[in-house]
Design a protein around this ligand. Sequence first.
Ligand SMILES: Cc1cc2nc3c(=O)[nH]c(=O)nc-3n(C[C@H](O)[C@H](O)[C@H](O)COP(=O)(O)O)c2cc1C
Length: 185
Amino acid sequence: MADIIVVYHSGFGHTKKVAEHVAQGAAAELVAISENGELTEADWAKLNAAKAIVFGSPTYMGNVSWQFKKFADATSRIWYNRGWQDKIFGGFTNSASPVGDKGLTLSALQTLASQHGGLWVSLGQLPSNTKATQPTDPNTLGGSVGLLVQSPADASVDEIPQGHLDTAVAYGKRIAAISARFSAA
Ligand SMILES: Cc1cc2nc3c(=O)[nH]c(=O)nc-3n(C[C@H](O)[C@H](O)[C@H](O)COP(=O)(O)O)c2cc1C
């Protein structure tokens, strides 16, 4: 099984695209939360065996999607048994507005990781925030807690700004590098 799992929900494909880029950077396996907010038993086994878990959700109405929340609540038995204690965690969200209350979603992801006794990986990248900033630059949304991505409301899945996707790959690489440091020799 893969050392790193990116578990995500995506209603319309944009967050899936972000998840694919995080997974590319982390050499991770993707696990999709279904439209009913569920995982297969095989997927749960992958999460339980992973060294690192990366949570991904679109921001819907200023928080995670209900499907992601259903998944989060379904981890309560694992929480009780401390099944994910001391795993590495990261998280990302994607939404239409540059801000769009994405911070609340990231905070929910970080809190979920913390409830499980996890070690949270911040974004670890400087913001691109000068007048000269271009859409191809990294971290133009200035995230720090985790990865923020904007998919403008009229953007197709193929129109997510490249800089945001590059930032996703870099975040995945950081999670993999930190995970490797925590691996038993
Ligand atoms: C029910 C719903 C609520 C949304 N709420 C927000 C929001 O609070 N902030 C925001 O910036 N975008 C919001 N959006 C836009 C989505 O975050 C955006 O379209 C995102 O790319 C969807 O990702 P997905 O294709 O993975 O589902 C909302 C969209 C939907 C369908």
